[in-house]
Every structure is written in structure tokens, then in C-alpha cells.
Design a protein around this ligand. Structure first.
Ligand code: SF4
Length: 254
């Protein structure tokens, strides 16, 4: 690391119901080797004194796995949506440049850098993003799945519900009810599963209504920001095809 300090500019708000508490605060903390943004925030937590010498409440943020698996630390770093845990300070500010941190804008704010991503989990419930089990008794070996299909599904299964794709999607607004690419990609994941396919019609019905696949504006921003490089455009195209088929021929299958 070339710089000896890390300069953070953090957008803060104490309470979602008190927008008047929204403000920028700046901190300088000691730089450590291989430091990520979370480690820089931990330094602020140790000594929450702003650049102008004011002692303030420690910055609030969320983090769980610290290995880009849980998605909890997703935030805007220098305006780009990403995980704070996998963002190395050295990579984005090699010479001690100022790093700007803001909370996601497409989710309700809780405090400082913490937002409420419950809407994503509600969307997963809406599309039944699970394999339905018929009891816990031994039912023998499950259906066979080709290695090729396993590969496709493995990639889709890496979604960590981080919200990057929703943050980047212009169709997600305060007035829209679009469920977003992540949940639609999970429809593809579970419909491709040999057992999960039994509930495919219900999943397709769930994305054919209000806020479903028809609301996708095909901006393709989602695939640009997905940290897991999930082929979201393929998922959107495939689910769109399947819903069209269901619309045209679904009554035959009832
Ligand atoms: Fe995050 Fe990618 Fe899942 Fe969207 S699809 S929630 S960007 S991991």
C-alpha cells in the first residue's frame, strides 16, 4: 500500500424518518496492508472522529460473511454498486484518494449504510424459489441431471440476493413493482431442476402478473454489475420465452 491513510467520505442518516439528519462526514484512518472497505470502516468505528475533529456516533453498516457470499455489505463505493468486503482500498485509492460510501438507493434506508432488502426475499417467496419436498421419508434416488445442466444451475445458484442488479436497474423505482432480475433468474434456476420443474407453472404464473417479466426494460445494466457474473440476460430471455409459451399453450397443460 502506497498511502499511509485512507480517506473516507460517508453519506449518513440517523433515522429514515428524519431526512434532516442526512449529511456527509469525512474520516481519515490508518491504512493497513490488504485493507478492504470494511476494514476501513472498522477503523472509523474504533475512533469515530471526523476530519474536522468532531467526535460522532460510529458509522453503521452491515456485514456478515466477509467473503462476497452473503451480500449484506453491498453499498455504493465511489458511486458504483458493489460489496465492501471484496473492495480493496489499494485498488480503488492507491494514492490515498478519497473514497465515497453511500447506501443503496433502491431499498428503504435503515441507518447510514444499512438498508432493508426484505423486498428481495419477498420476491423469492412470490416465485417459490425452492424445491418442494413431499415429506421426509426416503423416496429413493432423485431424477438424473446432466453435468451440463448442473453447470448452468450451479452458476445461477450463486446469486446472493445482494441487490446490485436491482440498484442498477432503471425499471426499479419507487412507483414500479418490478421484482427485478434476481428473482426472475431464480425462476429459471428452480424450473431447470428436475424436481423443481413440478412447480414451474406456478413460478411462471408468479412472474406473468403485475411487476413480473413484462416490466423488464432490457437495459442490460443488471448483468454489468452482478458480482457473480450470473447470465441474467439469458435468464430473463428464457423466462420470457417460457411465460409466452405458458400464455399460449398453458391451458392445454392444465
Ligand atoms: Fe446480486 Fe447477481 Fe444475485 Fe443480482 S443476480 S442479486 S447482482 S448476485
Amino acid at each position: 500500500m502506497s498511502a499511509s491513510t485512507v480517506h473516507l467520505r460517508v453519506l449518513r442518516q440517523d433515522d429514515p424518518k428524519r431526512p434532516e439528519t442526512r449529511r456527509w462526514e469525512e474520516f481519515k484512518v490508518p491504512a493497513l496492508p490488504q485493507m478492504n472497505v470494511i476494514a476501513a470502516l472498522q477503523q472509523v468505528q474504533k475512533n469515530p472522529v471526523t476530519l474536522d475533529g468532531k467526535r460522532v456516533a460510529p458509522v453503521a453498516w452491515e456485514a456478515v460473511c466477509l467473503e462476497e457470499i452473503c451480500g449484506a455489505c453491498t453499498m455504493l463505493v465511489n458511486g458504483r454498486v458493489r460489496q465492501a468486503c471484496s473492495t480493496l482500498v489499494d485498488h480503488i485509492a492507491p494514492n490515498g484518494e478519497r473514497i465515497t460510501l453511500e447506501p443503496l438507493t433502491k431499498f428503504p434506508l435503515l441507518r447510514d449504510l444499512i438498508v432493508d432488502r426484505s423486498s428481495m426475499f419477498e420476491s423469492l417467496k412470490r416465485v417459490k424459489a425452492w424445491i418442494q419436498l413431499d415429506g421426509t421419508r426416503d423416496q429413493g434416488p432423485g431424477p438424473r441431471e446432466s453435468p451440463e445442466q448442473q453447470q448452468v444451475r450451479y452458476h445461477l445458484s450463486q446469486c446472493m440476493t445482494c441487490g446490485c442488479c436491482l440498484e442498477a436497474c432503471p425499471q426499479i423505482t419507487e412507483r414500479s413493482s418490478f421484482i427485478g432480475p434476481a428473482a426472475i433468474s431464480q425462476v429459471r434456476l428452480f424450473n431447470l431442476h428436475a424436481s423443481g420443474a413440478r412447480n414451474a407453472p406456478e413460478r411462471l404464473d408468479a412472474v406473468m402478473g403485475n411487476g413480473g417479466i413484462e416490466d423488464c426494460g432490457k437495459s442490460q445494466n443488471c448483468v454489468e454489475v452482478c458480482p457473480k457474473q450470473i447470465p441474467l440476460i439469458d435468464s430473463l430471455a428464457e423466462v420470457s420465452r417460457d411465460t409466452t409459451k405458458r400464455l399460449l399453450f398453458g391451458w392445454i397443460l392444465r
